[in-house]
Design a protein. Structure first.
Length: 213
């Protein structure tokens, strides 16, 4: 029989899973919601960590509108990385949830405003915005992106998921985010695929828009 002093082993036995995200990417946001749903029906301990599409695409010849988007995406990634480096995992997750609800679900087109509001919603200091327009810590952001490239290569974007053992990979790209047992079944499949060293890609064309329901 458990007692008040008995150790809680639930967290020790949960499978660690890390989602690497760029705050501005809607598909990373959808994947993060799926992972939270999966954690409700599977013994999973999800964490989040920052990567950067802006860093990944530096120097690449891209359509003008996507280049403009990436130029603006530096700011939220810088702030998210500052949270990851100086605050707790719980605070980073709270910021990401608040940012996604405001920017992605709320269909805001104001990355700066969404970042400011997310800091406030997550109870984080507004002074974290000091690095939004500064490249002073971009070496750390490039290092964070390089860590992801070392796992999966430079031919993929965000999200990237690591299941704690085996191979990390890009995706899944899902819309809408599966819930309940559907989320658990997808987790089972992808976790198993990560343990197959020769597995590289499984893909079909997206024929619908993003569904945030």
């Amino acid at each position: 029989m458990a007692t008040d002093t008995a150790p809680d082993t639930a967290h020790d036995t949960a499978q660690p899973v890390t989602l690497f995200f760029d705050p501005a990417c809607p598909y990373a946001w959808m994947t993060s919601r799926w992972l939270l749903h999966a954690a409700q029906v599977r013994d999973v301990a999800p964490t989040v960590s920052v990567m950067s599409l802006s860093v990944l695409n530096e120097g690449r010849d891209l359509p003008e509108d996507y280049r403009a988007f990436l130029d603006q995406a530096w700011g939220p990634a810088r702030v998210a990385l500052a949270i990851e480096r100086t605050r707790s995992q719980e605070e980073l997750a709270a910021f990401y949830t608040a940012f996604g609800e405001d920017y992605h679900v709320g269909r805001s087109e104001d990355l700066r405003g969404s970042t400011e509001r997310a800091l406030e919603e997550a109870g984080l200091p507004a002074s974290l915005m000091d690095g939004y327009d500064s490249d002073a810590e971009d070496a750390a952001l490039r290092a964070a992106q390089q860590r992801v490239i070392d796992m999966v290569g430079d031919e993929v974007g965000t999200p990237v998921v690591s299941f704690g053992e085996g191979t990390a990979y890009f995706g899944p790209v899902v819309s809408p985010a599966p819930k309940g047992e559907d989320a658990g079944l997808l987790f089972d499949a992808l976790s198993a695929a990560a343990k197959v060293p020769g597995f590289f890609e499984l893909k079909r064309s997206r024929d619908t828009g993003i569904d945030f329901s």
